[in-house]
Design a protein around this ligand. Sequence first.
Ligand code: AVI
Length: 321
Amino acid sequence: RPDAAGLLRFHDHEPAQDDFRTALVAGLSGVSKSIPCRFLYDASGSLLFDRICELPEYYPTRTEVGILGANAAEMAAVIGSCAQIVELGSGSSAKIGLLLDALDAPWSYVPIDISREHLLGAAQAIQQQYPALRVEAVCADFAQEFDLPANDGGGARICFYPGSTIGNLTPSEALAFLTQWSARLGRGALMIIGVDLRKDASILEPAYDDAAGVTARFSLNMLARANRELGTDFDVSRFRHRAIYHPDTGRVGIDLVAQADQIIHLDHHRFRVAEGEAIHIEDSWKYHISDFQALAAKAGFAARDVWTDDARLFSVHLLEV
Ligand code: AVI
């Protein structure tokens, strides 16, 4: 084993900054209006999302942490010795400790995130907490092509993708994403992925429209962000957050619905939004366990194991390339 642990390494792939202006013009120009959900996460949106994760109605975060905590030893036993843990969208690296503590002598941790500051702060904290670990922070858009740091620790590579973030892709986008990652990880690699499960609308709709209104503020922040950054003139107080579960497809659809006619100005563009018209901002797809395993199989992953909570709200899958 190389003995160069204890010193944080940083690989900056300088991910292209997404162009909010271009996306907004495109999204407001169509017959049905939409804004891609990745624009929810500016500094204010990220803080609001952290608050969502603490809400009583938003079960995914604490349920996934509970599943990881309760089953980490069993996961470690199934996995055996592992060398490199690659985390996709690592953010504050809040969940990785559960695996690092349980797995058999992981040699390196590779957090990947598009937000440079968030990534570096979290990677430094992990490096301090685990001085013997080789931490290689990668600033990149993990949907784009880039080389992973070499896995030369002599064991398996494990990819960790928690949070049911895959649920914000459509099933066909999720298939393309998993196919890309099964190829990139290579034969014998493993993936631990959190996937939210289908359930009754009476649980799902409050999870995406909480009583304290934090999720509504998170959604509306997207329009406030456009006003701040691009000089648009959305009357944010005249939009209402709406979350509807569609049980036929397993999709929670999230929209901002105009409460009055508005003309939105952006540079030389004028966009008319009629009273009652929806701007679609996010989908959160929910899966049956067997449907997710079938999707993963199409993408080149075999299902090795799956863990859930007692109420079967959430699932954590172990997949193998
Ligand atoms: C990040 N993602 C998995 C969240 C979800 O549950 O789909 C985003 C979210 N949107 C509103 N609440 C949470």
